[in-house]
Design a binder for this molecule. Structure first.
Ligand code: NDP
Length: 282
């Protein structure tokens, strides 16, 4: 196992991508946050609380609201790290270029900080990657990456890339660690990023994590999110509730012990709450 030590400081702290871009290691997820007032509020509350990273996707159908939330927050664009993803039906070279521009328009932004291939669509993802490389070359996006790429997808993609992906966003939580993939990404300087870090809410059913939290005076969500950061994994918990958005970022006044880190690593059951990248059919 590759041991990586990355410095964790505060809510605006970053991990550095292999092209030197600094990615805030804690962001707000907005999957299933409704377009309109719900997502606008979530984005505004998050920015107000100090978050500097927002993770959306065209398929979430809330990019317009995310863009409005950003505008209404009054924050400088350069202070934010905004991520979107090309959906499966849009994969291919020309269609990805168009999908990117459509996302920018909906977000009402001039550039993205990170653009990801949402899923590894067979027979398409290499052409899609070529489009991302072009967008990166044109400076329309500061970093490019993938999502839901298992080791064999990455090995295949790396055979033909000009630019190695900077990020791989994967389902990641105590029941799905995929340490071999984490190590592979670390070895190739591909920043690992967790989606569904709270197991879509199921984390709160685990008594042992509750008990661990009590020891630190922290909630199960805070324990699990802190574990992500201490493992060097970027994390993007989703909430539309102001108090949860704030609490999910209160991670910088405690540190999990080595034993507790090892315990959380050991809960792995290879259990997914989302689709399997080898068998998804959408
Ligand atoms: P999460 O693991 O972040 O869990 C979100 C759920 O937990 C929501 O129901 C939320 O409810 C609840 N919750 C959040 N904080 C708390 C808290 N402190 N106490 C109690 N409940 C809480 O799930 P997601 O699937 O949303 O994953 C996070 C993000 O990852 C997504 O929003 C999206 O941006 C990204 N993602 C990417 C995917 C990909 O394929 N690349 C796939 C899936 C997600 P409430 O909102 O009511 O607070």
């Amino acid at each position: 196992m590759t041991a990586i030590r990355k410095k964790i400081t505060d809510l605006q702290g970053t991990f550095e991508l292999h092209n030197g871009i600094k990615m805030p290691y804690l962001g707000l997820g907005v999957y299933l946050s409704e377009d309109g007032q719900e997502v606008i509020n979530a984005v505004k509350w998050a920015i107000e609380a100090g978050y500097r990273h927002i993770d959306t996707a065209s398929i979430y159908e809330n990019e317009k609201g995310v863009g409005k939330g950003i505008k209404q927050s009054g924050i400088n664009r350069e202070a934010l790290f905004v991520v979107s993803k090309v959906w499966n039906a849009d994969q291919g070279f020309e269609s990805t270029l168009k999908a990117f521009n459509d996302s920018l328009k909906r977000l009402d932004l001039e550039y993205l900080d990170l653009y990801l291939i949402h899923w590894p669509v067979n027979g398409k993802y290499k052409e899609t990657w070529r489009a991302l490389e072009q967008l990166y070359g044109e400076k329309k996006v500061r970093a490019i990456g993938v999502s839901n790429f298992l080791k064999h997808h990455l090995e295949d993609l790396l055979q033909t890339v000009k630019i190695v992906p900077m990020v791989n966003q994967m389902e990641f939580h105590p029941y799905l660690v995929q340490q071999e993939l984490v190590d592979y990404c670390n070895t190739h300087q591909i920043q690992y990023e967790a989606w569904s870090p709270l197991m879509q809410g199921h984390i709160f059913e685990l008594d042992s994590i509750k008990q661990m939290g009590q020891k630190y005076g922290k909630s199960p969500a805070q324990v699990v999110l802190r574990w992500n950061l201490q493992k060097g994994v970027v994390t993007i918990p989703k909430s539309v509730k102001k108090e949860r958005i704030i609490a999910n970022a209160e991670l910088f006044d405690f540190e999990l012990s080595k034993a507790d880190m090892a315990y959380l690593n050991g809960l792995d059951k290879s259990k997914r709450f989302g689709p399997d990248p080898d068998t998804f059919d959408f």
